[in-house]
Design a protein around this ligand. Structure first.
Ligand SMILES: *[C@@H]1O[C@H](CO)[C@@H](O)[C@H](O)[C@H]1NC(C)=O
Ligand SMILES: *[C@@H]1O[C@H](CO)[C@@H](O)[C@H](O)[C@H]1NC(C)=O
Ligand SMILES: *[C@@H]1O[C@H](CO)[C@@H](O)[C@H](O)[C@H]1NC(C)=O
Ligand SMILES: *[C@@H]1O[C@H](CO)[C@@H](O)[C@H](O)[C@H]1NC(C)=O
Length: 660
């Protein structure tokens, strides 16, 4: 059982927030009391005088984020004979006749040895070993933040409220039982130092402190952060300390850990998830669900691989031809306003959107309008056969690097993307899987002996120039590019300036690629195919040839992969990592279960980076703890409306330690 040291811990905290009078002589005390009363009246006046934004956020701002009918299933009560008791930090299933009480598995797990938080906080964390019941009506929210952070925090409150609402499971025939209330009010307070920060960068401080404690009759949850991003992570953690106990007070009850202190900050600034919307189209609603899951796991970069040789669904204001020629159908497109809406939806969840239009390979359908508009061929080898000679998968297509109009089109694309996403610190230009044979065969060459790597390198250099022009003459701090033969020596240093590019290393974890990039001084984002490609393992989709990347990467593989392995050189060059989902064999029907809970396993790797050998400094990594926590996180995500793959038979969850 965890020690409940909360009585000791929050004193410093209390002093800074509430400035209690302590031990002052009588007169001074009265004087201070009067001053305080005047202060309070003044503050109250300020608070009522604010025309648009009250300090106390009323619950009416409730915005349903995800409502899942499935998660609120009514169930019939039967005479259930099992209860759980905490023995040696493990919940043991017992007959309730033996113990005389009925403790649910969730309640037992929340109070028995594990934090049950996901991702695991990286700073000192102490949780109470008791719980109290409450009712959602008791929740109120307060923040001292001013605009623009204020609106974002209000929205986070609404999401918090919605997440709590989604926990509630009403029982059949017993909807009107009076909810149990073990305290008076539940007040959630958020303090941020910088209300002006609402744009995420790689140097944004995402840390937070969370203190949860009883003060008199009230439960007070206090989140303190540098800015909105840390604050929303703190609220996310607070929401994980709340659960539904189906046995409590007859008809079930919301419960919360009675007291907590958490200090937390991510180990990596870039915690990405890549989704491909070109092989199969994903509706905006599906992408929003991805963002909901990312927020629940504190992932912060949504890398949107929006187009490919198969399709181009993005309607760009300056180059609408791409979607006109390249979308699968008129309703399988993303309009500019949908993209802007999605970017805001993401930002409210602490996530930034990086849109990638991959070039010079992975293009084709969508790019064939050049001749019709007098611009000549923008692309070559489009849909050629036999495809296997000219590209990695059908259909083929590659930019025509000799056509100067291509670069003007790229500049327009880049300008639109920067304008739609508001993202100018990171820009992804693609660069994946160029096939030199396509250029070798289909270019109208003036000099047949040219080194095609020079063609590729020159193309990339010009594309980089256009990114800078599109961004008002200022190069984005990190221009991302997929690793390839061009990111190997000698081409690497010939064409790519290490202070300017950020290389997304996707090769196998045993390849020399990543260590070579790191030792050459390049910054990298790691997406090792053998650990973090979530699309693998679904067999082949073409009759000829094997599956592209078998086998399936189970969540344990995703979780245990730790390519930097504590190496300080790595830790300096690796800005983060990204899990990838290519969608040759996934669409909106299977999207959720492809991602979850494996992307959550990835999220803990990049947020907490718990050593695969040791956790909590000296202790061994507790596999049992990881299983228990990811199981709980999976259930939380299901309650938020995300379909999650099952981890194991439920019996194993009900009998902790027995399946390991
Ligand atoms: C190459 O030249 C031929 C003949 O002039 C022309 O039809 C074709 O479109 C050209 N290809 C490219 C990629 O410019
Ligand atoms: C690449 O660019 C360099 C510098 O502009 C130029 O000298 C060279 O001929 C170009 N190579 C090719 C193959 O276009
Ligand atoms: C990189 O170059 C090698 C040697 O030229 C070639 O065998 C390999 O297929 C290339 N890799 C890719 C991804 O194109
Ligand atoms: C690389 O970029 C930096 C910063 O933009 C610049 O100072 C430096 O001269 C560049 N190096 C090369 C080799 O172009």
């Amino acid at each position: 059982m965890l020690p409940a040291l909360l009585r000791r811990l929050p004193r410093r905290h209390r002093a800074s927030f509430f400035r209690r009078r302590m031990g002052a002589p009588g007169d001074l005390r009265r004087f201070l009391a009067i001053i305080m009363m005047i202060g309070c009246v003044f503050l109250l006046y300020m608070f009522w005088a604010q025309p648009t934004s009250p300090t106390s956020v009323p619950l009416q701002t409730f915005v349903p984020v995800v409502t899942s009918k499935d998660s609120n299933t009514h169930y019939a009560k039967i005479d259930f004979r099992w209860t759980w008791t905490c023995e040696n930090k493990r919940c043991v299933r017992k007959e309730s006749t033996e113990t005389g009480v009925h403790v649910s598995l969730t309640t037992c797990s929340m109070l028995c040895g594990s934090s049950m938080l996901w991702p695991q906080p990286t700073g000192p964390t102490t949780l109470g070993s008791h719980s109290v019941s409450f009712d959602r009506e008791q929740l109120t929210f307060e923040t001292t933040a001013t605009e623009p952070a204020r609106s974002y925090i209000q929205y986070s409150f609404a999401m918090f409220n919605s997440n709590v609402a989604n926990l509630i499971q009403l029982q059949k025939n017993e909807p009107s039982a009076t909810p149990q209330r073990d305290f008076n009010k539940f007040i959630v307070k958020v303090f941020v130092e910088h209300s002006d920060i609402v744009k995420l960068t790689l140097s944004t401080d995402e840390s937070y402190k969370l203190i949860l404690r009883m003060e008199g009759e009230n439960m007070i949850g206090t989140v303190t952060a540098n800015n909105f991003f840390g604050a929303r992570h703190g609220l996310e953690t607070l929401s994980q300390l709340i659960w539904w106990d189906e046995f409590a007070s007859g008809a079930g009850s919301l419960k919360i850990v009675k007291g907590a202190s958490v200090q937390d900050a991510p180990k990596f600034a870039y915690r990405g998830l890549m989704i491909d919307t070109a092989r199969n189209f994903l509706p905006v609603e599906s992408l929003k669900r991805v963002l909901v899951g990312m927020a629940a796991n504190k992932l912060n970069v949504f890398h949107w691989h929006v187009s490919d040789s198969q399709s181009f669904p993005l309607v760009l204001p300056s180059v609408p031809q791409l979607a006109k020629y390249g979308s699968y159908s008129p309703d399988m497109v993303y309009t500019a306003s949908e993209v802007k809406d999605l970017v805001e939806y993401a930002r409210l969840r602490g996530i930034r959107v990086v849109i990638e239009v991959d070039v010079p390979a992975h293009v084709g359908n969508g790019w064939t309008w050049g001749p019709a508009e007098g611009l000549g061929e923008l692309v070559m080898c489009v849909n050629v056969q036999p495809w296997s000679l000219y590209c990695g998968e059908p259909p083929c297509g590659q930019i025509n690097p000799d056509n100067p109009h291509v670069y003007d089109v790229l500049e327009k694309i880049y300008r639109d993307i920067i304008e739609l996403t508001g993202e100018s610190e990171i820009f992804h230009i693609g660069g994946d899987e160029v096939n030199l044979e396509c250029w070798q065969q289909f270019r109208n060459r003036t000099n047949p002996y040219v080194d095609l790597f020079d063609v590729w390198g020159n193309f990339t250099v010009e594309a980089l120039k256009r990114v800078t022009k599109a961004n008002g003459g200022k190069r984005p701090k990190h221009v991302m590019i997929w690793s390839s033969n061009l990111t190997k020596r000698p081409y690497l240093t010939k064409f790519l300036n290490k202070t300017e590019v950020l290389i997304q290393a996707w090769g196998g974890s045993d390849w020399t690629e990543t260590p070579e990039l790191v030792s050459s001084g390049y910054n990298v984002i790691i997406s090792h195919v053998d650990a973090w490609y979530l699309d693998c393992g679904y067999g082949r989709w073409r009759e000829n040839g094997g599956a592209a990347c078998d086998p399936y990467r189970p969540w344990q593989t995703v979780y245990m992969h730790r390519p930097w392995n504590g190496d300080p050189v790595y830790r300096k060059s690796v800005l983060g990592a990204e899990a990838c989902l290519w969608t040759e064999q996934a669409d909106h029907v299977s999207l959720d279960t492809r991602l979850w809970p494996r992307a959550a396993a990835f999220a803990e790797r990049v947020w907490s980076d718990v050593g695969t050998k040791s956790i909590y400094k000296q202790e061994q990594l507790s596999i049992e703890d990881v299983y228990a926590r990811i199981q709980m996180q999976r259930e939380r995500m299901i309650k938020r409306g995300l379909k999650n793959e099952a981890l194991w038979p439920q019996w194993c969850s009900q009998n902790p330690g027995m399946c390991l």
